[in-house]
Every structure is written in C-alpha cells, then in structure tokens.
Write a new protein. Structure first.
Length: 67
C-alpha cells in the first residue's frame, strides 16, 4: 500500500520553500549597503572613463562624397 499524502500540507511546504528561495535571491540582489553601492558606482564610472579615453577618434567622412 502507498502512503496517504495530505495535499494541503504538500502545497504549503512547496510554497514555503519557494518563498525562502525567492527571499534569498532578493537578499543577494538588494541587500547591499550604501557604501557597497557607492563603491560599485565609482568603479563603473572609472571603467567608463577608461573606455572612453581608449576609443579611437572617428573621422567624420561623408560616405556619399566619393570622388
């Protein structure tokens, strides 16, 4: 004989596990301090400025003006 399972308890347990998993994800995504966010923003700005400085100057040539 197979074991009788209460489906309400099964659904509640499944929902609780999913909720805990979602909470962990949210903590990882949004659970940073202001200092950490500021540090990341500073690093991003520094990287952007390095990339902008390393770009080659594009010449403004009109492709239709072929001689």
């Amino acid at each position: 004989m197979s074991k009788v399972v209460n489906l309400n308890k099964f659904r509640k347990r499944k929902a609780k596990l999913e909720s805990a998993r979602q909470a962990e994800t949210n903590r990882r995504l949004h659970g940073r301090t202001a200092a950490e966010r500021a540090h990341d923003e500073l690093q991003k700005k520094q990287l952007d400025s390095k990339v902008e400085g390393a770009k080659l100057a594009s010449s403004e040539v009109d492709p239709d003006a072929v001689e």
